[in-house]
Ligand binder design. Structure first.
Ligand SMILES: [Zn+2]
Length: 232
């Protein structure tokens, strides 16, 4: 048996011939895979920004996280920074106090707001032909579905035209969890902080849309600068 070396990542002791850059074959493979995934997400962020007229950002505030919760505010922002929709929505149930504390939205504020079925036409008109970006796609889509169900309506959307910014950012950041076999997700607040964006989250739907826009723009433009440097 020849010389042995320790992998600096997993601690495996194996013949030197199977170690490269002080990493074992398996860890090297994983590192390459992570770099590919990072690159893939970086390219997605960049293409969203490059083709920004094709995309819109949507965000909702809700009465909570459960299966009977509803939307109390919805905003749609274009990637060019234009507010396409920004409205409070009157839910069927009461807004609990912890939500009012978090968002500042009170039952009184929504008492004269339209109900969700009234804003559906606007939403559908704005979404037409656009690809939808939301920070937590699964959550926002579920909340739209739940809010509509109250009025016997349903949301017609093509799942391929919805992109989850949170999952993309998790892959971009690249903290892979072996047990969960998934990238660690970050909150919008954490993502903004990590990217050094100097904005505060106000937990209102338009404010959150603006944060998502800044996140996309920040990652994409950093990448474009790097590309220019690389191309001389
Ligand atoms: Zn290793």
């Amino acid at each position: 048996m020849g010389k042995l070396k320790t992998c600096r990542c997993c601690g495996l002791v194996i013949p030197t011939i199977l170690i490269k850059d002080r990493l074992c074959v398996l860890c090297n493979y994983q590192l390459n895979w992570l770099q590919e995934k990072h690159q893939e997400s970086l390219e997605n962020f960049s293409s969203w920004w490059k083709d920004r007229e094709k995309y819109i950002i949507i965000d909702t505030e809700t009465t909570g996280l459960n299966e009977d919760d509803e939307i109390i505010e919805i905003s749609i922002l274009s990637l060019t920074g234009e507010t396409l929709l920004d409205t409070l929505v009157k839910p069927k149930k009461e807004i609990p106090q912890f939500i009012t504390k978090l968002t500042g939205i009170t039952n009184e504020m929504v008492s004269k707001a339209p109900v969700f079925s009234d804003v559906l036409d606007d939403i559908n008109r704005i979404l037409k032909g656009k690809i939808l970006l939301t920070f937590n796609a699964k959550f926002d889509i579920r909340m739209i579905d739940q809010s509509l169900k109250n009025y016997g309506l349903s949301f017609n959307y093509d799942i391929d035209s919805v992109k989850c910014v949170m999952l993309e950012y998790a892959q971009y950041f690249g903290e892979y969890r072996k047990i969960e076999q998934d990238f660690k997700r970050k909150s919008l607040k954490k993502a903004i902080e990590t990217e050094g964006i100097n904005l505060k989250q106000n937990h209102r739907s338009l404010g959150d849309c603006e944060l998502v826009l800044e996140l996309i723009k920040s990652i994409a433009t950093k990448n474009l600068v790097l590309q220019e440097v690389a191309n001389g």
